[in-house]
Design a protein around this ligand. Structure first.
Ligand code: R5P
Length: 298
């Protein structure tokens, strides 16, 4: 049986349909003071799958997930597979400054202690997040479905990472599409300010400017939050004669007017997957999740 939290209802129904299963009904409402009321009204089987992303409002969605896991245990579920398509707080996975809370570790402990037997997520910000868990964690990649979107919508693409951290994504897509890829260099100045440059001559692979000219540049990143990273990269690419810039991301976090900022910078199209619900969540990861669930059940 599969159950979806309020942050992931659409995606959960798609996963259920890929699995040929019915979505288990739940009742979620808010008390007048803002606290959540949750009731699982459907049948609870020994094996349950719970799907809930923990994007904005992060704390509320997380609390809902903990309630659901814990309630399923109380109602007799023995094996709870937790699917967090987007793992909120995943970017604070270490102490960058003395005294900081390692939020990702605390979230991991909460999920495991609530009763999760296994966790499925997509493109965790750092693969090392897995180390916070003692249960199996499956960090799936959305790149195959993003690559299919690019194949269907471009003729002569070059895949660009807006920073070095995106090289894994760009390489994976370039291998699937058999096209070129490269990346830019980014320094984060503050949570909403970044500086982007062409990579140093010593870095490999270099951004060969002549190789982008006239091509359809596709920027690929795991997260678009404020949009600053993408805006900077777009300006550089347009300044070097690309035919167009399209943007694909896994997790459309999209703070405030991020999408408007991106289009204003000259981007032709921006699209994300449905790990988070948004106006640009048009590529579905439902099949990727459903296939993993089937594999784990074998
Ligand atoms: C950071 O390393 C991530 O991969 C993204 O590049 C980042 O979260 C994007 O943030 P923003 O949209 O605020 O520039």
């Amino acid at each position: 049986m599969i159950i979806g939290g309020s942050a992931s209802q659409n995606l959960t129904s798609k996963v259920a349909s890929c699995l040929g299963e019915e979505l288990s009904p739940i009742e979620i409402k808010k008390f007048p003071d803002g606290e959540k009321y949750i009731r699982i009204t459907g049948k609870v089987s020994e094996e349950m799958v719970v799907v809930q992303s923990t994007g904005y409002p992060q704390d509320e969605n997380l609390m809902e997930l903990i309630f659901l896991i814990s309630n399923l245990k109380d109602l007799g579920a023995k094996e709870i597979k937790v699917v967090m398509p987007y793992f909120g707080y995943g970017r604070q996975e270490k102490c960058f400054k003395d005294g900081e809370v390692i939020s990702a570790k605390i979230i991991s402990n909460l999920i495991e202690n609530a009763g999760a037997a296994e966790l499925i997520s997509l493109n965790l910000h750092e693969n090392s997040l897995k180390d916070f868990f003692s249960i199996p964690v499956h960090n799936l990649s959305a790149m195959p479905v993003i690559a299919e979107y690019i194949r269907e919508n471009t003729e002569n693409p070059i895949i660009i990472g807006p920073d070095k951290g995106a090289v894994g994504f760009t390489t994976e897509i370039a291998n699937i599409l058999n096209c070129d890829s490269t990346y830019l260099s980014k320094i984060r100045i503050s949570p909403d300010k970044v500086e982007t440059n062409i990579v140093n001559v010593d870095d490999e692979p270099k951004l060969d400017i002549s190789s982008v000219e006239g091509k359809e540049a596709i920027l690929v990143d795991d997260i678009i939050s404020t949009g600053g990273t993408i805006v900077n990269a777009t300006k550089i690419l347009l300044g070097h004669g690309v035919k167009s810039v399209d943007v694909c991301c896994v997790h459309p976090v999209l703070v405030n007017d991020a999408v408007i900022k991106i289009y204003s910078a000259g981007v032709r199209n921006v699209i994300g997957t449905d790990t988070l619900t948004s106006d640009i969540s048009h590529i579905s990861v439902a099949n990727i999740i459903a296939n993993k669930i089937l594999e784990l059940r074998d």
